[in-house]
Design a protein around this ligand. Structure first.
Ligand code: ZN
Ligand code: ZN
Length: 234
């Protein structure tokens, strides 16, 4: 009796298992289609074959290491910047591999919300703000390495490219750390410097003044051989 039942039980359970796996696979496909990599990670991290202990990855001939900063493309934009936190190989029941990376986002100017307009004038297109936001994303999102300098380093650059940024604050839960009021200021107006605006440098104090604040046009400023700021003239 029990002998004749056994095959029946085992056959039933294998059909269930197969159905489970079909469901599981279609769940994975749905997550991939909707680019829901955070939930894909949650789903597959339990698999014993999934690994997160890689120190570097090679993508399109370039080696990327944990802790390096990256230019990232998403939604057809290639403007995002993030730090590489983890390299992950997710594996499903059929040993299919889904590689992902975990990144910590930096915000750029266009991602900031509810910042008063005058403050936005201090912020550069080449500026980034470290956040406490993390995501799992596809390796194919990597565009290149990014370099993130201090404002002082960035200010000294003679040439730059579109993978060079600077950072003078973090942006955590909608506020700058340190707050804008504590950022180093420049010019007679005592505002934080924005490298995107036109300035003239004082030969005496090396400080920068807005051409606007001095009521100077670009053409007039070019003709000044030795600029001494109003503060140093006193
Ligand atoms: Zn000014
Ligand atoms: Zn000066």
């Amino acid at each position: 009796m029990s002998a004749s039942l056994e095959p029946k039980i085992s056959r039933t359970s294998s059909v269930d298992e197969k159905q489970d796996n079909v469901l599981f696979k279609s769940k994975i496909q749905k997550l991939i289609q909707s680019k829901d990599n955070n939930n894909l990670y949650r789903l597959l991290k339990k698999n014993k074959k999934s690994r997160t202990s890689y120190k570097q990855l090679k993508y399109e001939g370039i080696i990327y290491k944990i802790g390096q900063n990256l230019c990232i493309k998403a939604d057809r934009r290639i403007d995002y910047v993030a730090k590489l936190i983890k390299i992950i190989k997710l594996v499903d029941n059929d040993d299919e591999i889904y590689p992902l990376i975990k990144v910590q986002w930096y915000y750029r100017k266009f991602e900031l919300e509810k910042i008063p307009k005058p403050y936005m004038d201090y912020i550069s297109e080449n500026e980034v703000f470290k956040t406490n936001e993390y995501d799992y994303i596809e390796i194919e999102s990597i565009v290149s390495l990014a370099s993130i300098l201090t404002y002082e380093e960035f200010d000294q650059l003679e040439t730059m490219n579109d993978t060079t940024y600077f950072m003078r604050a973090a942006y955590i839960n909608g506020t700058f750390q340190p707050p804008i009021e504590e950022w180093t200021t420049t010019c007679i107006c005592q505002k934080p410097p924005n490298p995107d605006l036109k300035y003239i440098q004082c030969e005496a104090c090396q400080g920068w003044c807005h051409l606007n604040c001095l009521k100077l046009t670009k053409e007039k400023a070019k003709k000044i051989l030795k600029f001494i700021c109003p503060k140093c003239q006193q």
